[in-house]
Design a protein around this ligand. Sequence first.
Ligand SMILES: [Zn+2]
Length: 360
Amino acid sequence: MLFERFEKEFPIQMACLKNARKNGRLSHAYILHSDDPELRRDFPTVAAQIAICPFPTEDGSPCGECKGCRSLENGTYPEFFTLEPASKSRIIPVGETSNPEEDTLRWFEGLFYLTSATSEGKKVGVIYDADRMQPAAQNAFLKTLEEPPSSTFFILTTGHPSELLPTTLSRCQMISLISNRCSYSFPWSETLFKTLKALQFDSEESLAKGEDCALAIIEIFSALGDEASDAVAAKWEKRLEHAKDELEAAGRKRIEKRMDAEGGAEYLKRRTCFLSALHCWFSQIYQLSCGAAPEELSNPELFAGLELPQKIDEERALNDLAAAEKFLYDLNFYVDESLAVRSFCLNIVLGNQVTLPARI
Ligand SMILES: [Zn+2]
């Protein structure tokens, strides 16, 4: 049974859902965030079993035996409606209001307003890769998400929740099932997360504090650079030592040039990991602001030992995430690093108003 596999792999998330079922607190719409397409494919079945099974066990698990559970499992549940991106364009269009074409949002929505054909009378709606919904489609769906037809349960799946409109996110409860957890524990991670916390939550409109944070981040960049050159030097040290006597000046120069190039590549590798940790911070803060529980995050350890505010302003968190994304983008285009860091920190402090010249 699919449910057992999910329970084994993601006990915390499943416990949340079961508890919600047990206490009658299931949301009518969930967003599943997962990096694994197979999990995104299978989760809706499991979630629907939890929501629909009329004979749940004491802890809220679906029975696995009833007609509903079995037909969901083998894909024959009559009112399990799905919508996914068309194969060519990879988008989910909004569609016409009257007589909408199949595989459009309007068509999908219409299915839930028809009279139920089953005795259970419960409908399940799944939107796979919901981030591929055009903004118009997401906007059109908001009303249904807010006031769903009775006895319906929606599940939206995505690998990129930050590409969903905030209004969509805020009307659903998010569940994260991340299989390839990245570890963000590198020597400077503690400093980084402390700095980001100060930048995002303690530096309100204080340019001086923003500058302090910028300096701390620039210092990490420089430490990453030193680490990278040290690692490369250590690798070459022996070879250079061996060749000390027979190496003519030109040969030594060649090796030094190679070390330089390797050092640069090594630095970029470390910087990528650092930037990915930074992005993860802002995207998780945003998820928290939308009501995600810490245990639903893919990397809750980022916040270990840091006191985050009880209530995080959703719009602000989204702005900050946009500033972080702009920062990563700027760095990709070889903008001066220190300048990009300063502009990013100012953007967090001032609410995303600073734009760098396109290329420096
Ligand atoms: Zn059942």
